[in-house]
Write a protein that binds this ligand. Sequence first.
Ligand SMILES: [Fe+2]
Length: 296
Amino acid sequence: MAQTQPKSPRPARDWPFQVKPLHPVLGCEITGVTLAEAVSPAIFAKVYEAFLDYQLILFRDVDLPPATQVALARNFGEVQIHVLSQYHGYKDHPEIYMLSNLDKDGNPSGKHPDKGTLFWHTDGSWRERTGQATMMYSEVVPEMGGETEFADMYSAYNLLPAAMKAKIEGRRAIHNFDFSRTRRHGEDPLTPEQKAKVPPIAHPIVRTHPDTGRKAIFLGDHAEWIEGMDYKEGRALIEELNLMITPPARVYTHTWNPRQCMVWDNRCTLHRATGFDESRYKRVMRRCTIIGDKPF
Ligand SMILES: [Fe+2]
């Protein structure tokens, strides 16, 4: 395990495609390779390298039917079948989690499909083996709003005041999907069966990325309380940290166009969606989350 942060998180690389940063802190667009080429073993290793270096990668103007999306996601690892089965968009592809505000007739319903997405979080942090990558594909995007914001959790850790670093050193937060779901989307809470599948789980607040060896803050909206700390005190500290680690200057806001495929690293980023007028605009996004390791 690395004891110190690598000096150059983005060493010079020899990639068989072009990489253009999306933001000074994180994110890149990959061009000059098709998705079909990108999944060939030799090239996928390079794509994964770019994914690690930039924390999120974007492919614009791609066709990604559901079956292809799941197949592409499997290159990253085991694809999650989400406990909230009401979001499974395709009978044959339960790995796909649909975020759509369309009603049965295909019109805007006026309802946000998942208000939990509007708060800073990392996907699947409520699991024992948390989200590694999330792959999002944009089908229909609103004219206004519905962006996705990303914050870098490596620099969030590096930039914490020493006193705060000392305060959270060795601490674990309890991530609880029932807590965040009830709090943010309480009109559609977990069923008792769903709740039984996702018991609260403790994860280190400072985790070590298993591939890069770099330290990152691992927190967000699913974190409810802190082990060994008074509940209210822990809640207050989580809220304070969630603000500290997402300063606007270090956030990349992605404005979607249709047919974009983005893959982000849940182990070193937080993300949230921005709101949109759900009664006026349509927004249809397809998501796959790849299951990673137990954080350490
Ligand atoms: Fe998410």
